[in-house]
Ligand binder design. Sequence first.
Ligand code: SF4
Length: 158
Amino acid sequence: MMQYYKACKRELWFFANQINMNYEDENISIGKLLHETSYPNERKNIIIDDTIAIDFIKKEGEQLIFEVKKSSKLKIPTLYQIYYYLWYLKNKKGINIKGAIVYPKEKRREEISLTPEIEKEIEFIVQDIPKILEQKTPPKAENKKYCKRCSYYEFCMV
Ligand code: SF4
C-alpha cells in the first residue's frame, strides 16, 4: 500500500477495494520470474507479522534487507516500500537495519537507510492511508507519469 500511496492514491483505493486488473499483466509475471530465479542461494520472501514481505536478508558486514526489482522505473514507490520495511522493523520490532534495492537486469543496487525526515513522513502516510481507504469512492484520476504503465489505465483514461 505504501508503494501505491506514492504512485497513485486512486490505484491504492482500487487495490484495497479488490478492484484488480493485474491478472494478465506481463510485467508482473516477469517480476515474479526474476524474483524466483535471482539470488538462488538466499532464503526468500521473509514475511513478518503478515505485514511486510522482505525478499531476502543478507549479511554484508552488517545485515541488510534486500528488495529485488525488475527495473528502476518506479523508483520512488519502491523506495518508500523499503523505507516502510525499515520503519516497521525499527518501530515495531526494535531492529535498526539498512536496506538495498537490487536491479539484476540493470546490474545495479541502491542502498537505503532511514532519516528522521523520512521516518516522520512514513508516520504521516501510515495515518493517511486508512483515511483514503475509508472514502466511499476512489480519488479522482489524474494523468501522471505512472498512468501509461498502470493496469487501470484504460479504466481511468480511455
Ligand atoms: S491510470 Fe493513473 S490515475 Fe488511474 S489508477 Fe493508474 S496511475 Fe492512478
